[in-house]
Design a protein around this ligand. Structure first.
Ligand code: UD1
Length: 371
Protein backbone atom coordinates (compact mmCIF):
# COMPACT_ATOMS: atom_id res chain seq x y z
CA UNK A 1 0.00 0.00 0.00
CA UNK A 2 1.40 3.40 -0.99
CA UNK A 3 0.52 6.32 1.32
CA UNK A 4 1.22 10.01 0.83
CA UNK A 5 1.21 12.28 3.88
CA UNK A 6 0.69 15.95 3.08
CA UNK A 7 1.84 18.45 5.72
CA UNK A 8 2.64 22.13 5.59
CA UNK A 9 2.45 24.06 8.86
CA UNK A 10 3.88 23.81 12.36
CA UNK A 11 0.93 22.07 14.06
CA UNK A 12 0.96 19.33 11.40
CA UNK A 13 4.38 18.00 12.31
CA UNK A 14 3.68 16.69 15.82
CA UNK A 15 0.61 14.91 14.42
CA UNK A 16 2.23 13.21 11.44
CA UNK A 17 5.37 12.07 13.32
CA UNK A 18 3.83 9.18 15.30
CA UNK A 19 1.69 8.08 12.33
CA UNK A 20 4.71 7.71 10.05
CA UNK A 21 6.56 5.92 12.78
CA UNK A 22 3.68 3.47 13.52
CA UNK A 23 3.15 2.67 9.84
CA UNK A 24 6.88 2.26 9.23
CA UNK A 25 6.68 -0.99 11.19
CA UNK A 26 4.45 -2.56 8.53
CA UNK A 27 6.40 -4.28 5.77
CA UNK A 28 3.79 -3.78 3.07
CA UNK A 29 3.48 0.01 3.42
CA UNK A 30 5.42 2.58 1.43
CA UNK A 31 5.17 6.15 2.75
CA UNK A 32 5.88 9.42 1.00
CA UNK A 33 6.05 12.73 2.87
CA UNK A 34 5.02 15.83 0.92
CA UNK A 35 5.70 19.21 2.56
CA UNK A 36 3.73 22.01 0.94
CA UNK A 37 6.08 24.73 2.23
CA UNK A 38 3.20 26.70 3.82
CA UNK A 39 5.60 27.22 6.71
CA UNK A 40 9.16 27.77 5.55
CA UNK A 41 11.01 29.54 8.40
CA UNK A 42 13.29 27.00 10.09
CA UNK A 43 11.71 27.97 13.43
CA UNK A 44 8.28 26.78 12.20
CA UNK A 45 9.38 23.89 10.00
CA UNK A 46 12.90 22.37 9.89
CA UNK A 47 13.41 22.69 13.66
CA UNK A 48 10.22 20.68 14.18
CA UNK A 49 11.16 17.99 11.66
CA UNK A 50 14.50 17.62 13.45
CA UNK A 51 13.10 17.56 17.01
CA UNK A 52 10.39 15.08 16.04
CA UNK A 53 12.76 12.82 14.09
CA UNK A 54 10.57 13.05 11.00
CA UNK A 55 12.31 11.78 7.86
CA UNK A 56 13.28 14.54 5.42
CA UNK A 57 10.26 15.25 3.20
CA UNK A 58 10.44 13.48 -0.18
CA UNK A 59 9.45 16.77 -1.73
CA UNK A 60 8.87 20.36 -0.64
CA UNK A 61 6.43 22.24 -2.85
CA UNK A 62 7.77 25.58 -1.58
CA UNK A 63 4.47 27.47 -1.84
CA UNK A 64 5.20 30.02 0.93
CA UNK A 65 2.85 32.70 2.25
CA UNK A 66 0.00 34.55 0.54
CA UNK A 67 -3.71 35.21 0.82
CA UNK A 68 -5.84 32.15 1.54
CA UNK A 69 -6.79 31.75 -2.12
CA UNK A 70 -3.21 32.25 -3.33
CA UNK A 71 -1.76 29.82 -0.83
CA UNK A 72 -4.44 27.16 -1.27
CA UNK A 73 -4.32 27.53 -5.05
CA UNK A 74 -0.54 27.24 -5.24
CA UNK A 75 -0.60 24.11 -3.09
CA UNK A 76 -3.31 22.57 -5.27
CA UNK A 77 -1.47 23.19 -8.54
CA UNK A 78 1.86 21.86 -7.29
CA UNK A 79 0.34 18.92 -5.43
CA UNK A 80 -1.69 17.72 -8.39
CA UNK A 81 1.50 17.17 -10.39
CA UNK A 82 3.16 15.43 -7.48
CA UNK A 83 0.26 13.06 -6.78
CA UNK A 84 -0.12 12.33 -10.46
CA UNK A 85 3.47 11.13 -10.54
CA UNK A 86 3.43 9.22 -7.25
CA UNK A 87 -0.08 7.68 -7.46
CA UNK A 88 -0.61 6.90 -3.75
CA UNK A 89 -3.41 4.52 -2.70
CA UNK A 90 -4.42 6.89 0.13
CA UNK A 91 -3.60 10.50 0.91
CA UNK A 92 -3.29 11.31 4.62
CA UNK A 93 -3.97 14.80 5.94
CA UNK A 94 -3.78 16.10 9.52
CA UNK A 95 -5.31 19.06 11.34
CA UNK A 96 -7.03 22.09 9.85
CA UNK A 97 -4.55 24.31 8.05
CA UNK A 98 -4.74 25.49 4.44
CA UNK A 99 -2.44 22.65 3.35
CA UNK A 100 -4.96 20.16 4.80
CA UNK A 101 -7.85 21.49 2.73
CA UNK A 102 -5.79 21.93 -0.45
CA UNK A 103 -4.59 18.33 -0.25
CA UNK A 104 -8.10 16.99 0.32
CA UNK A 105 -9.51 18.89 -2.66
CA UNK A 106 -6.78 17.77 -5.03
CA UNK A 107 -6.62 14.14 -3.97
CA UNK A 108 -10.37 13.56 -3.88
CA UNK A 109 -10.79 15.04 -7.38
CA UNK A 110 -8.05 12.75 -8.62
CA UNK A 111 -10.00 9.79 -7.26
CA UNK A 112 -7.49 9.15 -4.48
CA UNK A 113 -9.18 8.46 -1.12
CA UNK A 114 -8.31 10.87 1.68
CA UNK A 115 -7.84 9.95 5.34
CA UNK A 116 -8.16 12.88 7.77
CA UNK A 117 -6.57 12.74 11.20
CA UNK A 118 -8.15 15.03 13.84
CA UNK A 119 -11.50 14.97 12.06
CA UNK A 120 -14.84 16.27 13.32
CA UNK A 121 -13.65 19.15 15.52
CA UNK A 122 -15.92 22.16 15.15
CA UNK A 123 -15.79 25.66 16.65
CA UNK A 124 -19.08 26.44 14.83
CA UNK A 125 -17.45 29.74 13.90
CA UNK A 126 -16.94 30.16 10.18
CA UNK A 127 -15.03 33.40 10.63
CA UNK A 128 -12.07 31.12 11.44
CA UNK A 129 -10.41 29.85 8.25
CA UNK A 130 -9.59 26.63 10.08
CA UNK A 131 -13.31 25.88 10.56
CA UNK A 132 -13.89 26.03 6.81
CA UNK A 133 -10.85 23.80 6.28
CA UNK A 134 -12.22 21.28 8.80
CA UNK A 135 -15.74 21.09 7.39
CA UNK A 136 -14.66 20.65 3.79
CA UNK A 137 -11.82 18.24 4.53
CA UNK A 138 -14.13 15.97 6.50
CA UNK A 139 -16.77 16.08 3.77
CA UNK A 140 -14.23 15.01 1.17
CA UNK A 141 -12.49 12.32 3.21
CA UNK A 142 -13.21 8.59 3.10
CA UNK A 143 -11.63 7.80 6.47
CA UNK A 144 -11.99 10.06 9.49
CA UNK A 145 -9.88 9.62 12.63
CA UNK A 146 -11.26 11.45 15.67
CA UNK A 147 -9.82 12.59 18.99
CA UNK A 148 -12.82 13.22 21.22
CA UNK A 149 -16.53 12.28 21.46
CA UNK A 150 -17.73 15.77 20.40
CA UNK A 151 -16.07 15.16 17.03
CA UNK A 152 -18.01 11.90 16.54
CA UNK A 153 -21.22 13.75 17.38
CA UNK A 154 -20.44 16.64 14.99
CA UNK A 155 -19.84 14.19 12.15
CA UNK A 156 -23.10 12.38 12.93
CA UNK A 157 -24.94 15.74 12.92
CA UNK A 158 -23.49 16.46 9.48
CA UNK A 159 -24.83 13.17 8.17
CA UNK A 160 -21.45 11.55 7.61
CA UNK A 161 -21.47 7.76 7.28
CA UNK A 162 -20.43 6.48 10.74
CA UNK A 163 -18.66 3.49 9.21
CA UNK A 164 -15.82 5.77 8.00
CA UNK A 165 -15.36 7.39 11.44
CA UNK A 166 -12.72 5.86 13.71
CA UNK A 167 -12.37 7.16 17.26
CA UNK A 168 -8.65 6.57 17.88
CA UNK A 169 -7.58 9.27 20.34
CA UNK A 170 -5.03 12.04 20.05
CA UNK A 171 -1.79 11.59 18.12
CA UNK A 172 -0.41 14.85 19.49
CA UNK A 173 -0.41 13.27 22.92
CA UNK A 174 1.54 10.29 21.49
CA UNK A 175 4.22 12.82 20.57
CA UNK A 176 4.05 14.58 23.93
CA UNK A 177 4.52 11.29 25.78
CA UNK A 178 7.41 10.29 23.56
CA UNK A 179 9.39 13.52 24.01
CA UNK A 180 8.43 14.79 27.45
CA UNK A 181 11.45 13.41 29.34
CA UNK A 182 13.84 14.54 26.62
CA UNK A 183 12.31 18.03 26.69
CA UNK A 184 12.63 18.27 30.48
CA UNK A 185 16.39 17.66 30.22
CA UNK A 186 16.81 20.89 28.23
CA UNK A 187 16.03 22.89 31.39
CA UNK A 188 15.05 25.97 29.45
CA UNK A 189 13.53 27.69 32.53
CA UNK A 190 16.96 27.45 34.16
CA UNK A 191 18.67 28.94 31.11
CA UNK A 192 16.14 31.79 30.90
CA UNK A 193 16.14 32.51 34.65
CA UNK A 194 12.48 31.46 35.09
CA UNK A 195 11.19 30.07 38.37
CA UNK A 196 9.50 26.68 37.61
CA UNK A 197 5.80 26.56 38.48
CA UNK A 198 5.36 30.30 38.78
CA UNK A 199 5.88 31.80 35.34
CA UNK A 200 3.31 32.45 32.62
CA UNK A 201 3.91 31.09 29.11
CA UNK A 202 2.17 33.02 26.32
CA UNK A 203 1.57 32.30 22.62
CA UNK A 204 -0.57 34.43 20.31
CA UNK A 205 -0.91 34.25 16.55
CA UNK A 206 -4.63 34.22 15.63
CA UNK A 207 -5.58 37.05 13.26
CA UNK A 208 -8.44 38.00 15.65
CA UNK A 209 -5.90 38.76 18.40
CA UNK A 210 -2.86 40.10 16.57
CA UNK A 211 -4.01 41.63 13.27
CA UNK A 212 -6.01 44.54 14.70
CA UNK A 213 -3.68 47.15 16.27
CA UNK A 214 -5.92 48.34 19.14
CA UNK A 215 -6.86 44.85 20.29
CA UNK A 216 -3.31 43.56 19.98
CA UNK A 217 -1.97 46.58 21.94
CA UNK A 218 -4.59 46.04 24.67
CA UNK A 219 -3.66 42.34 24.98
CA UNK A 220 0.04 43.22 25.24
CA UNK A 221 -0.89 45.83 27.88
CA UNK A 222 -2.73 43.14 29.89
CA UNK A 223 0.29 40.83 29.64
CA UNK A 224 2.49 43.69 30.87
CA UNK A 225 0.27 44.04 33.94
CA UNK A 226 0.54 40.29 34.63
CA UNK A 227 4.33 40.66 34.26
CA UNK A 228 4.38 43.06 37.21
CA UNK A 229 3.46 40.05 39.41
CA UNK A 230 4.79 36.99 37.57
CA UNK A 231 7.47 36.38 34.96
CA UNK A 232 5.93 36.17 31.50
CA UNK A 233 7.73 34.34 28.69
CA UNK A 234 6.46 34.87 25.15
CA UNK A 235 7.84 32.94 22.13
CA UNK A 236 6.64 35.13 19.27
CA UNK A 237 5.22 33.61 16.05
CA UNK A 238 6.57 35.33 12.87
CA UNK A 239 3.12 36.68 11.99
CA UNK A 240 2.86 38.23 15.47
CA UNK A 241 6.42 39.59 15.28
CA UNK A 242 5.63 41.24 11.94
CA UNK A 243 2.62 42.99 13.51
CA UNK A 244 4.56 44.13 16.60
CA UNK A 245 6.91 45.91 14.22
CA UNK A 246 4.25 47.20 11.88
CA UNK A 247 2.08 48.64 14.68
CA UNK A 248 5.10 50.02 16.59
CA UNK A 249 4.39 47.90 19.69
CA UNK A 250 7.99 47.00 20.56
CA UNK A 251 7.75 49.01 23.80
CA UNK A 252 4.81 46.90 25.00
CA UNK A 253 7.02 43.80 24.94
CA UNK A 254 9.51 45.47 27.29
CA UNK A 255 8.44 43.82 30.54
CA UNK A 256 7.94 40.37 28.92
CA UNK A 257 10.62 37.83 28.15
CA UNK A 258 10.02 37.81 24.39
CA UNK A 259 11.75 35.09 22.35
CA UNK A 260 11.57 34.14 18.70
CA UNK A 261 9.42 31.11 17.75
CA UNK A 262 11.00 28.09 19.44
CA UNK A 263 11.29 24.42 18.44
CA UNK A 264 9.01 21.67 19.77
CA UNK A 265 11.23 20.30 22.54
CA UNK A 266 12.04 23.73 23.95
CA UNK A 267 8.37 24.69 23.93
CA UNK A 268 7.32 21.47 25.63
CA UNK A 269 10.01 22.03 28.27
CA UNK A 270 8.68 25.54 28.97
CA UNK A 271 5.04 24.42 28.98
CA UNK A 272 5.63 21.52 31.36
CA UNK A 273 7.09 23.78 34.04
CA UNK A 274 4.82 26.81 33.62
CA UNK A 275 2.36 27.97 36.30
CA UNK A 276 -0.10 29.14 33.66
CA UNK A 277 -0.38 29.16 29.88
CA UNK A 278 -2.18 31.95 28.00
CA UNK A 279 -2.65 31.14 24.33
CA UNK A 280 -4.89 31.21 21.28
CA UNK A 281 -3.53 27.94 19.89
CA UNK A 282 -5.61 24.84 19.17
CA UNK A 283 -3.18 22.12 20.23
CA UNK A 284 -1.91 23.80 23.38
CA UNK A 285 -5.39 23.45 24.90
CA UNK A 286 -4.97 19.68 24.61
CA UNK A 287 -1.35 19.52 25.74
CA UNK A 288 -2.01 21.59 28.88
CA UNK A 289 -4.97 19.32 29.71
CA UNK A 290 -2.70 16.28 29.79
CA UNK A 291 0.08 18.13 31.61
CA UNK A 292 -2.45 19.56 34.10
CA UNK A 293 -1.30 23.17 33.65
CA UNK A 294 -4.04 25.83 33.88
CA UNK A 295 -4.68 27.28 30.42
CA UNK A 296 -6.50 30.44 29.36
CA UNK A 297 -7.50 30.39 25.70
CA UNK A 298 -7.98 33.89 24.34
CA UNK A 299 -10.77 33.02 21.92
CA UNK A 300 -14.55 33.19 21.74
CA UNK A 301 -14.94 29.45 21.20
CA UNK A 302 -13.07 26.19 20.98
CA UNK A 303 -13.31 23.22 18.64
CA UNK A 304 -11.82 21.10 21.46
CA UNK A 305 -14.55 21.27 24.16
CA UNK A 306 -13.21 18.28 26.09
CA UNK A 307 -10.30 20.47 27.23
CA UNK A 308 -12.88 22.55 29.11
CA UNK A 309 -15.27 19.85 30.33
CA UNK A 310 -12.50 17.49 31.45
CA UNK A 311 -9.29 19.50 31.30
CA UNK A 312 -7.66 22.67 32.57
CA UNK A 313 -8.71 24.97 29.74
CA UNK A 314 -11.06 27.96 29.95
CA UNK A 315 -12.04 30.46 27.30
CA UNK A 316 -11.41 34.14 27.74
CA UNK A 317 -13.75 36.27 25.65
CA UNK A 318 -13.81 39.41 27.79
CA UNK A 319 -12.10 42.76 27.23
CA UNK A 320 -8.28 42.45 27.41
CA UNK A 321 -8.28 44.62 30.56
CA UNK A 322 -10.04 41.75 32.37
CA UNK A 323 -7.34 39.22 31.50
CA UNK A 324 -4.95 39.96 34.41
CA UNK A 325 -7.71 39.27 36.97
CA UNK A 326 -8.44 35.85 35.50
CA UNK A 327 -4.75 35.05 35.09
CA UNK A 328 -3.86 35.88 38.69
CA UNK A 329 -6.66 33.59 39.84
CA UNK A 330 -5.81 30.71 37.46
CA UNK A 331 -2.11 30.65 38.28
CA UNK A 332 -2.84 29.73 41.88
CA UNK A 333 -4.66 26.52 40.86
CA UNK A 334 -3.23 23.10 41.66
CA UNK A 335 -1.76 21.16 38.80
CA UNK A 336 -4.43 18.72 37.60
CA UNK A 337 -3.18 16.26 34.94
CA UNK A 338 -5.93 14.37 33.14
CA UNK A 339 -6.18 12.10 30.12
CA UNK A 340 -9.45 12.07 28.19
CA UNK A 341 -10.43 8.67 26.75
CA UNK A 342 -7.83 7.27 24.36
CA UNK A 343 -5.33 10.09 24.94
CA UNK A 344 -2.99 7.34 26.08
CA UNK A 345 -0.02 7.71 23.78
CA UNK A 346 -1.17 4.93 21.42
CA UNK A 347 -3.46 6.74 18.98
CA UNK A 348 -1.09 6.33 16.02
CA UNK A 349 -0.96 2.57 16.58
CA UNK A 350 -4.75 2.49 16.30
CA UNK A 351 -4.58 4.53 13.10
CA UNK A 352 -2.01 2.09 11.70
CA UNK A 353 -4.24 -0.85 12.56
CA UNK A 354 -7.28 0.65 10.81
CA UNK A 355 -5.09 1.62 7.85
CA UNK A 356 -3.62 -1.83 7.39
CA UNK A 357 -6.92 -3.64 7.78
CA UNK A 358 -9.85 -1.52 6.66
CA UNK A 359 -8.15 1.02 4.38
CA UNK A 360 -6.01 -1.71 2.89
CA UNK A 361 -9.17 -3.54 1.78
CA UNK A 362 -10.40 -0.38 0.00
CA UNK A 363 -7.17 -0.36 -2.06
CA UNK A 364 -7.57 -3.98 -3.04
CA UNK A 365 -11.12 -3.51 -4.33
CA UNK A 366 -11.02 -0.11 -6.08
CA UNK A 367 -9.83 1.01 -9.47
CA UNK A 368 -9.14 4.71 -9.62
CA UNK A 369 -10.14 6.85 -12.56
CA UNK A 370 -7.01 7.71 -14.54
CA UNK A 371 -4.87 5.18 -12.67
C1 UD1 B 1 -1.18 28.75 10.22
C2 UD1 B 1 -2.56 28.07 10.26
C3 UD1 B 1 -3.07 28.07 11.68
C4 UD1 B 1 -2.07 27.48 12.64
C5 UD1 B 1 -0.75 28.24 12.47
C6 UD1 B 1 0.34 27.69 13.37
C7 UD1 B 1 -3.99 28.31 8.28
C8 UD1 B 1 -5.20 28.98 7.76
N1 UD1 B 1 -3.53 28.79 9.46
O1 UD1 B 1 -1.37 30.10 10.59
O2 UD1 B 1 -4.25 27.30 11.74
O3 UD1 B 1 -2.54 27.62 13.95
O4 UD1 B 1 -0.33 28.11 11.12
O5 UD1 B 1 1.52 28.41 13.23
O6 UD1 B 1 -3.50 27.40 7.67
N2 UD1 B 1 5.14 33.43 8.16
C9 UD1 B 1 6.50 33.50 8.32
N3 UD1 B 1 7.22 32.35 8.17
C10 UD1 B 1 6.66 31.17 7.84
C11 UD1 B 1 5.28 31.12 7.65
C12 UD1 B 1 4.53 32.25 7.84
O7 UD1 B 1 7.05 34.55 8.59
O8 UD1 B 1 7.39 30.18 7.74
C13 UD1 B 1 4.35 34.66 8.37
C14 UD1 B 1 4.07 35.36 7.06
O9 UD1 B 1 4.06 36.72 7.33
C15 UD1 B 1 2.68 34.89 6.71
C16 UD1 B 1 2.06 34.77 8.08
O10 UD1 B 1 3.11 34.32 8.94
O11 UD1 B 1 2.02 35.78 5.87
C17 UD1 B 1 0.91 33.80 8.15
O12 UD1 B 1 1.32 32.50 7.75
P1 UD1 B 1 0.22 31.40 7.35
O13 UD1 B 1 0.86 30.12 7.06
O14 UD1 B 1 -0.66 31.98 6.29
O15 UD1 B 1 -0.68 31.32 8.63
P2 UD1 B 1 -0.30 31.20 10.19
O16 UD1 B 1 -0.69 32.45 10.87
O17 UD1 B 1 1.09 30.70 10.40
Amino acid sequence: MRLAHVVGARPNFMKVAPIISALDRASNVEQVLIHTGQHYDPSLSDDFLRDLEIPAPDVNLGVGSGSHAEQTGRIMIALERELDERRPDWVFTVGDVNSTLAASLVASKMGMPVAHVEAGLRSHDRSMPEEINRILTDRLSEALFTTEPSANQNLRNEGIDPSIVHFVGNVMIDTLDRYRARAARLDLPGTLGLEPGTYVLVTLHRPTNVDEPDRFAAILGALGEIASRYQVVFPVHPRTARNVKQFGLEGALGSLKALGAIPYLEFLCLMDQAGLVISDSGGIQEETTVLGIPCITVRLNTERPITITEGTNRLFDGAPEELPGLALEAITEERRPHRPALWDGHAAERIAEVTLNQLGRRVATTTRPGA
